[in-house]
Design a protein around this ligand. Structure first.
Ligand SMILES: Cc1ncc(C[n+]2csc(CCOP(=O)(O)OP(=O)(O)O)c2C)c(N)n1
Ligand SMILES: [Mg+2]
Length: 547
């Protein structure tokens, strides 16, 4: 097994061929993968076709992170392909992030030969119960026992990854199943995305309440972006004259230039003052994971595609379960045009939000420098670093799917590989990756992937020689520091050794200038920004931040 040459004239196909054909049938055109002996037949099939392009990485962590970045920017199914055992484990943080961020991601995982699964022999890359592990990380996972089963399983995985609340799924294909041959199969099944239509009665009740509302508020979360519902959101907001509070994951669902769009720090004021709140595609959660508390007499209308999420609360006066896009559209149709809602001093609130954000320096100045230096359509990866935390509550986002966070997973190290996957999807645009020195070195080897696959990302690395956030918290809580000072290599020379152009910037103006220069060349660029300790952003974030 494994050494057998595949005869191209043979009328039979391998499991690997069926896998690749099945992925192509789902519309997959890119696979992010890293080969190994159990996947030989799959990579052999990939080598013999041109529909799907393979992006190989330097660590499996990057395969799932890249697939996630691709899926979120393209709004399309992405696939990663990893060897069993350590390959699956390495890819697991990306699967967890895709789960948190509602990304349609199909992970194809290798497995030891099917006859020995669970035997405990200690075969190469064997895990005691890999399928259970995958089930715990995804919305759905299953195993192919025969090559003929592969197309239906891939179609089912694609359907589930894309349906309702999108998310990661996995199909395990044992080594011998990929190598086995069978008759070619015609008419491969396609897993069509399904979305449950919202309940008409609930929508009528929601409309009746909104009709009487004095100060309606819309809270828009990541579910609006996942559902592609940004036009419908804007139409409802304009029909109601309702301010739209964008959560950290919902940024971009309404352009920050829209007069009704509000950044997360406006949350306490807006939520306190509203009489009817429409929460669309959001957990309505605070940063600490608790839910926003409502006041006496306030009414909550939740629009949510995931029944489990709806059941978890908060309890809604009207629960509209089903496709968020369709629900927003139908709700707008049910509401006649109305005069301006009686919100007062929204402009003043906006000013106060800006004033509060400007207090957090130098994060605000650096983030604003990035915003002014790149066009609206640039994709920004919002890293787990000081400027990134600020950006999640303050960075103006003008177009949907141009701002990628790590969601509630907070996966330090996702920044570079997620940005690379985003760059694959964002053809003709640039991706700017905001990352700390700590986060960059989690996956710095993927600079090689950027060069090899010509992915012209712009990496802005804020270098404070520390896991700065941890260090600050330690000083505040314990008055000492442990395990957070970092001895770094010379980041610019490191980048150059990969063949990545490197620039430096010591202040916000120079960062804007460096970003302009970086955009003049169609190749990956790293901009190092040496920084000291920054203001503590957390008091503002924790007070205000719906995620
Ligand atoms: C996978 C993972 N491990 C650990 C953490 C905990 N953590 C959060 S922020 C942080 C430090 C980040 O350092 P750096 O990227 O340099 O950003 P800085 O805070 O210095 O701006 C750590 C270790 C995490 N979020 N994710
Ligand atoms: Mg740091």
């Amino acid at each position: 097994m494994g050494r057998r040459m595949i005869d191209p004239k043979s009328p039979s196909v391998t499991g690997g061929d069926l896998l690749v054909a099945a992925l192509a049938a789902q519309g997959v055109r890119t696979v992010f993968g890293l080969p190994g002996v159990q996947l030989d037949a799959a990579f052999d099939a990939l080598a013999r076709q041109e529909t799907i392009r393979v992006y190989h990485t330097r660590h499996e962590q990057a395969t799932s992170y890249m697939a996630d970045g691709y899926a979120r920017v393209a709004g399309a199914l992405a696939a990663c392909l990893v060897v069993p055992g350590p390959g699956v484990l390495n890819a697991s943080s990306g699967l967890a992030m895709a789960y948190a961020c509602n990304s349609p991601l199909l992970c194809v995982a290798g497995q030891v030969i099917s006859t020995e699964i669970g035997s405990g022999l200690g075969l190469l890359h064997e895990l005691p119960d890999q399928l259970s592990l995958l089930r715990g990380l995804t919305r759905w996972a299953d195993r192919a026992w025969r090559p003929q089963e592969i197309p239906a399983l891939i179609a089912e995985a694609a359907r589930r990854a894309r349906s309702d609340r999108p998310g990661p799924t996995a199909v395990e294909v044992p080594w011998d199943v990929l190598e086995a041959t069978c008759e070619p199969m015609a008419n491969l099944p396609v897993g069509i995305a399904e979305s449950r239509p919202p309940d008409g009665d609930a929508l009528e009740r929601a409309a009746a309440r909104l009709h009487r509302a004095q100060r309606p508020l819309i809270v828009a979360g990541g579910g609006v972006l996942a559902a592609g519902a940004w036009d419908e959101l804007r139409q409802l907001a304009e029909r109601l004259h309702a301010p739209v509070l964008l959560t950290g994951n919902g940024k971009g669902a309404l352009s920050a230039r829209h007069p009704l769009a509000f950044e997360p720090p406006a949350a306490p004021n807006l939520i306190r003052a509203a009489d009817v709140i429409v929460a669309a595609g959001t957990r309505f959660a605070t940063h600490e994971g608790t839910r926003w508390r409502l006041q006496e007499g306030q009414q909550l209308i939740r629009i949510e595609v995931d029944p489990q999420e709806m059941a978890r609360g908060p309890r809604a006066e009207v629960a509209v379960e089903g496709d968020v896009r369709r629900a927003l559209e139908l709700l707008t149709d049910l509401l006649p045009g109305r005069g301006a809602a009686s919100w007062r001093s929204l402009d003043r609130l906006r000013e106060r939000v800006q004033e509060a954000l400007e207090q957090v320096q130098p994060q605000a100045a650096f983030a604003r420098a990035i915003r002014t230096a790149v066009p609206d359509e640039t994709v920004v990866v919002d890293g787990m670093t000081q400027v990134g935390y600020w950006a999640r509550i303050g960075f103006p986002v003008y177009e949907p799917r141009t701002f990628l966070t790590s969601g509630y997973q907070g996966t330090l190290g996702f920044e570079l590989p997620t940005g690379l996957g985003a760059q694959v999807a964002a053809t003709g645009r640039r991706v700017v990756i905001v990352v700390g020195d700590g986060g960059l070195l989690f996956n710095v080897q993927e600079l090689a992937t950027a060069v090899q696959h010509r992915l012209p990302v712009i990496v802005v690395v804020f270098n404070d020689g520390a896991y700065g956030n941890v260090r600050r918290i330690q000083r505040q809580r314990f008055g000492r520091v442990i395990a957070s000072e970092l001895h770094n290599p010379d980041l610019r020379r490191l980048a150059e050794s990969f063949g990545v152009r490197a620039l430096g910037a010591t202040d916000p103006d120079r960062l804007a200038e460096a970003l302009r220069r970086a955009q003049e060349v169609e190749e990956p660029v790293l901009i190092e920004v040496p920084v000291g300790e920054m203001a503590d952003p957390w008091p503002l974030i924790l007070r205000t931040h719906p995620i």
